[in-house]
Design a protein around this ligand. Sequence first.
Ligand code: ADP
Length: 443
Amino acid sequence: MDTSDSWLLSRVGARLLAASAGGFAGWWIGNQIGYPATTGMAAAASAVLILSVNDTLKGHRLLDWLRTPEAVPPDLPGMWGEVAHRVQRVVHLKDVRIAEERARLREFLSAIEASPNGVMLLDANDQITWISSAAADHFGLNPQRDLMQRVTNLVRQPAFVQYLAAGDYRDVVKCQVSHGRQTVLQILVRVYGDGLKLVLSQDITERERSDTMRRDFVANVSHEIRTPLTVLNGFIETLGSLPLTEVERKRVITLMMQQSERMQGLVSDLLTLAQIEGSPRPASDRWIKVDTLMARIETDGRGLSRDRHPMTFVTEAGGKHCEIAGIESEWLSAMGNLVSNAVRYTPEGKAIDVRWQTLPDGSAEFSVKDGGIGIAPEHIPRLTERFYRVDGSRSRETGGTGLGLSIVKHVVQRHGGELRITSEAGKGSTFTLSLPAVRSRLV
Ligand code: ADP
């Protein structure tokens, strides 16, 4: 019992005491002055009646207020005032608690909304009772309009509909949806409560794409290695089983060397790609001399061409020396690949121009222009895909692995630049590597 309880009891006690004392005093005074005792009792009873009428009126006002507790409480004296105050306190405490619960619910929903995964709640009839914006995005639903709609009326992908109907939710289900763009979703259902369902969705488009790429890559590598291996095997059998003349033997061994060089080239390009992919972004404060790079690729390019093409190698630096920030071996590989392609895809006698220039805004460009066979426009966007070749046999005959341009693109992107290709079938091509100003300087 708290202090106000005892105060209330004391007030009730005081009233009882006052009524009894009034009754007794009325009886005693009546006795003294010769009135009959009943007159005194009647006076005391009237006092009690007035008190209770007064209480009833106050109680009525209190009841009126309780019907609309959000109104201002009546200003009542005494016990009724205390009751009003206590009711108001209880209501206030409840309001505070409800507000706290609402805030917690809002926080909880915001946490779910922050997740990239979608959450949808279904009732026992598979009607949507709540849906997060990620789930709405995944399934192409409207979080307000579609509430209380049966989910299978709106999401009709057969894989999802069957999964939901089958009722076996131990595994996840994958399904393709397209709202503007093709998306692959992984969906998981969990049953809770009385047949209610929690539907979790995850966008796995990127994961699926890289899985497909990895599978294709392994298949391509296996194919690329198996072909020269088969040829080599054939030659080994020939050498072992047939009596060959010296000339034939030399020819077979030359062909075997070509195949083994092809495999070596492939393994070397694969290792370069793996190394580039696995290493951190090149530091932007390790400077390389462009003159050294150009000298190296000129030697290699001229060696490869063996004077079959008129070649020019120019560095435009306004009398200064150009430097770039990055990894030397990667740039040698990227620039060397472009020059080697130009030599391999340019008929004898046609010119190849290799140029390094620093642009007025401080950025730099390396370009290789050839007057070679050129590339039809439909192939250009796919050239940097691994193992993509316009003409497979020409590429292989000239020692190509189909990985050169993917290495080039990777290198230049890691250094913050880009690869641009312009070409016209039968006329020639220009491959340009651009490098941002932060990675290029003149000294
Ligand atoms: P590859 O080892 O086959 O040359 P790349 O990745 O270096 O592989 O090039 C991909 C394809 O792009 C080549 O197979 C070729 O068809 C085309 N290509 C590359 N460079 C040139 C070029 N300078 N002229 C014409 N076609 C080219």
